[in-house]
Ligand binder design. Structure first.
Ligand code: M6R
Length: 615
């Protein structure tokens, strides 16, 4: 969680770092701070709450320097407050540190430092790091050596940046474990550090991603990367293809609204390049799967968290139906707390927008240790999940900044559809250019249009939100492949509007939740004209007969549902296996507009952060 930015170069570091932090604020917004080297001294500004408070403080008390570090915090140890905000500074004021992660042995280290006479100024675990680094500098080490020695004493996972006034021409960055990424941006005579690509994308597209137990020393013109044991590393420089404009909010009121509206385009980007429409073939070279391996594959286990896990539940239907391979879906946070059965004919597929979610990464490690082939579907290029996988498919969603995941959900489902086609092709179930393959490819080709049609109906959803926003409980029902959409719709509503919402398999309603239904309970039913249509219709009737307010997501032209439901949200008729991508969009828009009506902070909901890098 937490966002880190660092800069060294000829420009004024303050606006550059604040701008970067703005783009990382989704990672935490309990407090923010910045430190720059100003006339040979470290100058710090920190404030509790959102970045805006810090920006106002910097306006009142300006900073001026060419090298600096900044931080936006998601609190773990120590209340959100100004004194607990990063950066943290050494007692002599010469060294300053920003940190993402948890120092698991901080109590012991703090006791040790206090016994040596160090007086702590905050309640954070991070502060031990700066005192440890300073202790090493005071013994004659340079900042790189001092950081290297200090971080070896830390337990846990960390991303750390250190600035020392005694070496005003360098920044040191470290990554240990899965506390979040450290991207190094290589500019012309300037260098950048960030937790995530969008923070520095407008300055450079050339980036290096530190691996665990690597550290970098950056000067304006050069970088040196080594392991924590001092071995030099020849790191790969990635060229990021994301468009910097797509990382900005533009005309939209919120990133979430922008990202919802981007879905027709992001789906086009996901499909394009992977499907040869002429030859009727799907190509996924980065999955690194030989036809032999595809034939041997007996099982896929999907591991993911939150929205990505619901994407996996949809993918289960798609992969099982098209590729006829059994798929299990497990939460990343649960997977390693049992003894999962894995063998070499099993592939583990991690789905993660950020590629940094610590529980998903831990599940991947568990699977790797047990000998599974490891795949990932990721959005953040160069992320940890992508790097540790044997093969991957990118979402091509572009930067997703809103804490509520939207376009990553739909593009990751599209990716699973591509994986299903690819597997079926490799296993001989679908013949390239054969009629079945062509039908699937045709469905994919029309998907962005269908999505575009639903996106064009946002006004109707906004009007509906105005009628619903004061209710305090919602029930979402779905069946078959649209059951995970009920889960996702409910998750979207609760995380950004703080309304209690439950997603439920419609057929299970009579086994308990039906007792909840009364005239205060809106029931959102996904009731498309598909194989479970009649069953869903009878659930709608049951909810109505108990006095519930029924909102149905239905297929264009369905008049039967209009007679039963209180409100109908129409979506175009779509192929059943792709229908979740279409039916989820009105639910994303409904959650968004209800949250806006309630005055909630849509892009930065309370207690949440975009990348969950702590357990
Ligand atoms: O980056 P990931 O896809 O691994 O993130 C997983 C979840 O933390 C994420 O989907 C979360 O549930 C979102 N806030 C949902 O909108």
């Amino acid at each position: 969680m937490c966002g880190i930015v660092g800069y060294i170069g000829p420009q004024d570091a303050t606006p550059l770092i604040l701008n970067g932090l703005q783009r990382l604020e989704y990672r935490g917004y309990d407090s923010a701070g910045i430190a720059v080297l100003q006339k040979g001294e470290i100058a710090i500004r920190r404030d509790v709450g959102k970045l805006n408070n810090l920006m106002q403080l910097v306006q009142q008390e300006p900073l001026n320097g060419r090298i600096g570090i900044g931080h936006t915090r998601w609190a773990t140890h120590g209340q959100p407050s100004s004194r607990n905000a990063h950066p943290h500074i050494s007692a002599n004021g010469r060294t300053v540190v920003v940190h993402n992660g948890i120092v698991e042995n901080f109590r012991a280290l703090r006791d040790e430092l206090e016994a040596e006479g160090v007086r702590f100024q905050s309640d954070t675990d991070t502060e031990v790091i700066v005192h440890l680094v300073q202790r090493e500098i005071s013994c004659g080490k340079n900042v790189t050596e001092a950081t290297q020695a200090a971080v070896k004493l830390l337990r846990g996972a960390h991303a750390i940046v250190v600035l020392s006034a005694d070496e005003p021409d360098r920044l040191v960055a470290v990554r240990i474990g899965n506390a979040g990424g450290v991207a190094l941006g290589i500019g012309e005579g300037e260098m950048f550090i960030a937790s995530d690509i969008p923070a520095i994308l407008e300055h450079t597209r050339r980036m290096i991603f530190l691996e665990s137990r690597q550290m970098a020393t950056l000067t304006r013109d050069a970088y040196h990367i080594q392991t924590l044991d001092g071995e030099p590393v020849d790191a790969e420089v990635h060229t990021i293809s994301w468009d910097p404009v797509s990382a900005a909010r533009g005309e939209y009121r919120h990133f979430m609204q922008k990202e919802i509206q981007e879905q027709a385009r992001s789906l086009t980007d996901t499909i394009r390049g992977r499907v040869d429409f002429q030859r009727g073939v799907v190509t996924l070279p980065d999955l690194t799967l030989t036809p032999d391996e595809a034939k041997r594959l007996k099982r896929i286990v999907t591991v993911a968290c939150g929205t990505s896990a619901y994407s996996g539940l949809v993918g289960k239907f798609i992969i099982e139906e098209i590729a006829r391979i059994p798929v299990e879906v497990d939460y990343g946070s649960e997977y390693r707390y049992r003894d999962p059965i894995i063998d070499e004919d099993c592939a583990v597929l991690a789905i993660t927008q950020s590629g940094e979610t610590v529980d998903t990464l831990a599940a991947m490690e568990e699977a790797r240790d047990k000998g599974a082939k490891l795949w990932s579907i990721v959005n953040a290029v160069g992320s940890q999940a992508m790097r540790v996988s044997d093969g991957f498919v990118t979402m091509q969603a572009g930067p997703e900044i809103g804490v509520a995941s939207t376009k990553a959900f739909t593009t990751s489902i599209a990716d699973q559809y591509l994986i299903a086609l690819y597997l079926a092709q490799q296993r001989g179930l679908l013949t390239p250019d054969g009629p079945d393959m062509c039908a699937h490819i045709d469905d994919l080709a029309h998907l962005p249009d269908l999505v575009g049609t639903v996106l064009g109906r946002e006004q109707a959803i906004e009007d509906l939100a105005a009628e619903l926003y004061q209710y305090t409980n919602f029930l979402y029902l779905g069946r078959g492949i649209n059951y995970p959409i009920a889960l996702e719709g409910a998750l979207k509503l609760k995380e950004i509007s703080y309304i209690h919402a439950e997603g439920y398999p419609a057929g299970e309603m009579k086994h308990g939740p039906i007792a909840l239904i009364d005239e205060h309970m809106p029931v959102l039913a996904i009731c498309l004209r598909d194989a479970v249509y009649d069953k869903m219709l009878s659930q709608v009737e049951q909810a109505k007969s108990r006095g519930g307010i029924v909102i149905a997501v239905a297929t264009d032209g369905d008049t039967r549902i209009a007679e039963k439901a209180d409100h109908v949200i129409y979506v175009p008729d779509c192929p059943p296996l792709l229908s979740p991508i279409v039916s989820v969009i009105p639910l994303q828009m409904l959650a968004y507009h209800i949250a806006v009506w309630r005055g909630a902070d849509v892009d930065q909901p309370r207690n949440l952060a975009k990348s969950v890098t702590v357990e």
